[in-house]
Unconditional design. Structure first.
Length: 113
């Protein structure tokens, strides 16, 4: 699993995750992900286009970031999941907690950018 920081200074944070969000993948990126996404008082777009699998630990990592930002009146938007990942997220009820969008303009709209 890899984390790429796309931007953190335009009024929102934009990161991309790639690989498998299983136990090993989450261990590899969780500390940096949480630090980057939750350290600034701003919303975040998390590009999960290249995430091929998501387990409960991966969902927990995303949910933790969303709760952290929501406490500060900001949000996490999940951008462009693959069908298998989107299905897992929707089955777990994530669409009620954070927006899941496949259009970047919609992601920007969701965070008010």
């Amino acid at each position: 699993m890899a984390l790429k920081i796309i931007q953190t200074d335009a009024g929102y944070t934009h990161v991309a995750l790639s690989g498998r969000m299983d136990i090993d993948g989450v261990k590899a990126v969780e500390l940096e992900f949480t630090s980057v996404v939750c350290s600034k008082p701003q919303s975040a777009i998390v590009d999960i286009t290249e995430v091929s699998f998501i387990a409960s630990l991966g969902m927990r990592m995303l949910l933790s970031a969303a709760k952290n930002l929501r406490a500060k009146n900001f949000k996490v938007v999940l951008y462009n999941p693959q069908p298998v990942v989107q299905e897992a997220l929707e089955t777990a009820g994530f669409s009620t907690v954070m927006p899941i969008v496949s259009d970047f303009a919609k992601a920007l709209e969701e965070i008010g950018a």
